[in-house]
Every structure is written in structure tokens, then in C-alpha cells.
Design a protein around this ligand. Structure first.
Ligand code: PLZ
Length: 451
């Protein structure tokens, strides 16, 4: 079967165009093959098999063109097969594909670390290290924080998502599907309540101050400040429901960590690299973490992740204490340099803000029309709506699934998230055209009308 008839990238026709039902016959056939060969544990949001993608569209094996509001979970912020990613990767792959940075170094790795040190929050002296996945970056950030402080405890939050490896499963909040049956989990991980304005018992206005009180009180009573190596938080929570903490919460938490010698780690794996309208979500309130974890958007779709932070913390680890065969692979580094250049050249933080400016008013109008939408939130191009039983805050996962399904059938890729499975999230590529963005919103509106 020849699935490579179309070349991807920004040159693809930017249109929604369905020629079969979704999934079509070719995808269904491939899905059958997939069932016979790929483990059941891996599931799909939408079982169409992709043959090309670029800008704001995905083309499937049946020739359907779908609008992409997912970016492969916040990865292809610069678009699929972005020009500078393709050219840099093509050049690198022809020169050499791997040496292992621990065996023989290369400039690309150093350049990516220089870029990370430059673009992440904080102007202090920084160092970076590169890894393959977000989970691996989080694991290493915790290793570094423990080594630097000589302490063991790690504090994480309700609704947190940090990965699927053993330590990061322990740090992730949600049982199904991430943790169920996969224990025992790593120890010395403590969970605190998240400042979640929509669900905060005392209401959104009291949320920041009350949440800070509860978190710091819990650390004092149940862990002991002097035993805490790190507090790890997503400055805008991703998988847990696109929860945006109220202003004041993150600065307060950072200040508290500073007072107690606790390493403040921002997991910017989903929220980073222009997604929220700033280079990093922490920038919104000028929060400066001690360590930042990055992945996803960093390399335009190639697997790469980073830990960046204060030189004295990063360099506390002995030589040879960090590493991995593939971490900072030269091809992935080339992709990252192309992606970061694209973000700067095309001012993608501004593009993300423009996406938010278009989406939020339309979604707020939709919420007025349909009381099943209990909350509209997010920043930049990291936007979500939370679905509830009208007049309550009781989650409505079934309605969420129905809306998502209707969007998929109409050629719009949307993702769900949230501890209760009742959040529809929107993560379009930051290079999506205004026309396509508006058309996608139209599909969503029709899905609500049909609910
Ligand atoms: N930290 C904040 O969002 C990855 C997970 C998809 P990896 N989120 C998507 C899934 O179901 O596996 C994520 C994240 C935050 C860490 C991670 C982990 O990144 O690259 O998936 O390991």
C-alpha cells in the first residue's frame, strides 16, 4: 500500500475536506492490521492513519483532510514538517545520525542548551541537559534536585501529569489509565491540592491565598520543609484539565520554596515553547523557577526533552551522573534549532495570543448558549472548556465524549483531558490560519448544537 503520495509541510492545501466516512476504508484496514500486531495498551483518539500533515491539517490514508486542534498533544507548535525543521534535519541526517553525546560530543547539543538557557525564565547563570521524553526530563530534574539538596521528598499536585515511568507515574495524579495495576510506585512523593479556581470550595476569588495556605500547611505537617527536595508543578496543568492557577499562586509558591531551600521545578513540557502566548507559562507572572523541564514543542515533532536551571543546582551532580544513549540525539537537536528559530522568526508567542483572542470569545458565547459548558479557560493557544451537568459542577464526561466524537466525524481533531474526563482541550498548531481556526470552531459549535 503506497501511503506516501502526498508531501507534508506548510505547502499542503489548508482545508477541511472529507471524501469518506471517518475512519475510511483504508484506515479501517490498517486498523485491523494494527490490532493484530500492536499491543492493546496503546489506544488512539481517532483511528485514522496519517500520510501527511502541515500547517493546520492532517491528511489520512483515505485522502481526507482534517483540521488539527491537537498538534499531537502540543508538539507540532511550528506545524508538521515545518520548513526549517525539515531543512536542518535533512542536512544533519546526511552528516551523521548518532555518536552518543557521552562518547563524542557535537555542536548541535551545545547550541540547543545555549538556546534553552537563553529562552527559559530567569537571567541567572544556567546549564541544561537533554533527554528523549518528557517523563525522562522530569525524572532527571528530580534526580538533580535530590542530589543538590541532599533531601528526598518531592511535592506534586492534584490533577498533575508528569509521565508514565515509575517515578513519574507516582507523580501523576490520575489512576485510570495511567497507574491502574502498575504499582508499586516510587516513594517520597507527596500530593498537595491544586489551586483550581473552578472547583475551589471557597470560590475562585479565595483560591490563590487559600490554596497556598493548604499546600504550605500540608508540607509543614506531613513532610517537613527541611526534607523537601523539590516542588514540581505544571504552571498550567495539561492532562489534568488545562487548569490555570489564579494569579498569585505560582509566585507565592516560588517564594515559599526559596525561603525553605526547596528546588522549585516548573514542568513546562506541555505549556512551554510559546503555547500559552509567552515563551513559557511562568513568564506570565514573571515566575522564575530553579529548574524547568521542556519537551513536546521544543523540536517540531522529533523526540527531545530538556532540563534547564541554575548552574549551581545543575552542576551539583558529579560527572557521569546524568546521561542516556540517545539523549540530545543530533537529528533531534537539529530539529529543535529549526523549531526555535521558527518560533522567534514568526513570533509564535504572538500567534498563540492571537489564537486565544479568536477562540475565547467564541467559546464564551458558546458557554452562554449551552449550560453544559461550566468553564472556559486557558491562555494563548492552550484553551479548554469544562463540561458539567447544567447548573452544577458535576463533571459530564459522557457529553464531552459525544462532542469530541461529533467533531472527529466532521473532520476536526480535538482532544479531551481532565481527571474526570470532562474537558475538551484545544491545542492548534501556532501556525494555523485564521480561516481554518474559525472553521474548526464552527465544527465545534455544530457539535454542541447536535448534542
Ligand atoms: N509533563 C506536563 O504534559 C506529556 C501524555 C500523553 P512524555 N503529556 C502527554 C500520554 O497519554 O502519554 C507530559 C506532560 C507534562 C510530562 C509529560 C510526559 O512527557 O514525553 O510523554 O514522556
Amino acid at each position: 500500500m503506497n501511503l506516501h503520495s502526498t508531501v507534508g509541510g506548510p505547502g499542503l492545501a489548508q482545508q477541511r475536506h472529507l471524501v469518506t466516512e471517518i475512519p475510511g476504508p483504508v484506515s479501517r484496514e490498517l486498523l485491523e492490521r494494527r490490532q493484530r500486531s500492536v499491543a492493546r495498551g496503546l489506544s488512539h483518539v481517532l483511528p485514522i492513519f496519517v500520510t501527511a500533515a502541515g500547517g493546520g491539517v492532517l491528511i489520512d490514508a483515505d485522502g481526507n483532510s482534517l483540521i488539527d486542534f491537537g498538534s499531537g498533544i502540543a508538539v507540532t507548535s511550528v506545524g508538521n514538517s515545518a520548513e526549517l525543521v525539515v531543512s536542518r534535519v535533512t542536512e544533519q541526517v546526511a552528516h551523521f545520525t548518532h555518536t552518543c553525546f557521552m562518547v563524542v560530543p557535537y555542536e548541535g547539543y551545545v547550541e540547543v542548551c545555549e538556546e534553552l538557557n537563553r529562552v527559559t525564565p530567569g537571567t541567572y547563570d544556567k546549564r541544561s541537559a537533554l533527554f528523549n521524553s518528557g517523563a525522562e526530563a522530569v525524572e532527571n530534574a528530580v534526580k538533580i534536585a535530590r542530589h543538590a539538596t541532599g533531601r528526598q521528598a518531592v511535592v506534586v499536585f492534584d490533577h498533575a501529569y508528569h509521565g508514565r515511568t515509575n517515578l513519574t507515574m507516582a507523580m501523576t495524579a490520575k489512576n485510570m489509565p495511567y497507574k491502574d495495576g502498575f504499582g508499586p510506585f516510587a516513594g517520597e512523593v507527596y500530593r498537595a491540592p491544586m489551586a483550581y479556581p473552578f472547583r475551589w470550595p471557597g470560590g475562585p476569588a479565595a483560591c490563590a491565598a487559600e490554596a497556598l495556605d493548604v499546600v504550605t500547611g500540608l508540607i509543614h505537617a506531613q513532610v517537613g520543609e527541611s526534607r523537601v527536595a523539590a516542588v514540581v508543578i505544571e504552571p498550567v496543568q495539561g492532562e489534568g484539565g488545562f487548569i490555570v492557577p489564579p494569579d498569585g499562586f505560582l509566585p507565592g509558591l516560588a517564594e515559599y520554596c526559596r525561603e525553605h531551600g526547596i528546588v522549585f521545578i516548573a514542568d513546562e513540557i506541555q505549556s512551554g515553547f510559546c503555547r500559552t502566548g509567552d515563551w513559557f507559562a511562568c513568564d506570565h507572572e514573571g515566575v522564575v523557577p530553579d529548574l524547568v523541564t521542556t519537551a513536546k514543542g521544543i523540536a517540531g515533532g522529533l523526540p527531545l526533552a530538556g532540563v534547564t536551571g541554575r548552574a549551581e543546582i545543575m552542576d551539583a551532580v558529579h560527572a557521569g551522573g546524568l546521561g542516556g544513549t540517545y539523549g540530545g540525539n543530533p537529528v533531534a537537536c537539529a530539529a529543535a534549532l529549526g523549531a526555535i528559530e521558527t518560533m522567534s522568526k514568526e513570533d509564535l508567542p504572538a500567534a498563540a495570543r492571537r489564537i486565544g483572542d479568536i477562540m475565547l470569545p467564541r467559546l464564551r458565547k458558546l458557554a452562554q448558549q449551552y449550560p453544559v459548558i461550566g468553564d472556559v479557560r486557558g491562555r494563548g493557544a492552550m484553551i479548554a472548556i469544562e463540561l458539567v451537568k447544567p447548573g452544577t459542577i458535576e463533571p459530564d464526561a459522557a457529553a464531552t465524549a459525544r462532542v469530541a466524537k461529533a467533531c472527529h466525524a466532521a473532520g476536526l481533531i480535538v482532544l479531551t483531558c481532565g481527571t474526570f474526563g470532562n474537558v475538551l482541550r484545544f491545542l492548534p498548531p501556532l501556525v494555523i490560519s485564521e480561516e481554518l481556526l474559525n472553521e474548526g470552531l464552527g465544527v465545534l459549535e455544530e457539535a454542541f448544537a447536535a448534542l
